[in-house]
Design a protein around this ligand. Structure first.
Ligand SMILES: [Zn+2]
Length: 115
C-alpha cells in the first residue's frame, strides 16, 4: 500500500525538521524545468505529483546511494600503474596510459547519452 501525498509530506517535514532545512538556489534552463515537472507527475501516475524539492531530494538520495555502491566496487580494484586502491585522486603517474587517473576515472563521472 503506497503512502498518500499527505503522509509523504509529513515524512518529508519530519526528516527536514530532524536534519535541518537548507534552502538553495538552483539554476535550471527551460528544458530542465519542463523535464523536472514532467518527472514529478510521471513518477506518481494518477496521484498527486511530487513537488519539485521533494523529487530533487529523492533523486539526490537515490543517486548518492548508487554512487556509494559504485565507489565500493571500485575500491576493490587498484591502479595498474601505482597499485593504489581506486579511486586515485592524485598520482605522479598521471598521463601514463596504465595509470587510472589518465583515463580510468572517466567511468566515475556522470555522462548523459545524447541521441
Ligand atoms: Zn596510478
Amino acid at each position: 500500500m503506497g503512502k498518500s501525498a499527505a503522509e509523504r509530506k509529513a515524512e518529508q517535514r519530519k526528516r527536514q525538521a530532524a536534519a535541518g532545512n537548507h534552502k538553495i538556489e538552483l539554476i535550471l534552463d527551460d528544458q530542465e524545468l519542463v523535464m523536472l515537472d514532467h518527472d514529478c507527475a510521471a513518477r506518481r501516475p494518477g496521484r498527486d505529483p511530487y513537488d519539485r524539492s521533494e523529487l530533487i531530494a529523492l533523486m539526490i538520495r537515490k543517486y548518492h546511494g548508487e554512487l556509494k555502491k559504485q565507489l565500493e566496487v571500485l575500491a576493490e580494484s587498484q591502479c595498474e600503474k601505482c597499485l593504489e586502491s581506486l579511486p586515485v585522486n592524485d598520482c605522479p603517474c598521471q598521463g601514463d596510459a596504465k595509470c587510472w587517473t589518465t583515463s580510468g576515472w572517466h567511468k566515475v563521472k556522470l555522462t548523459i547519452d545524447t541521441p
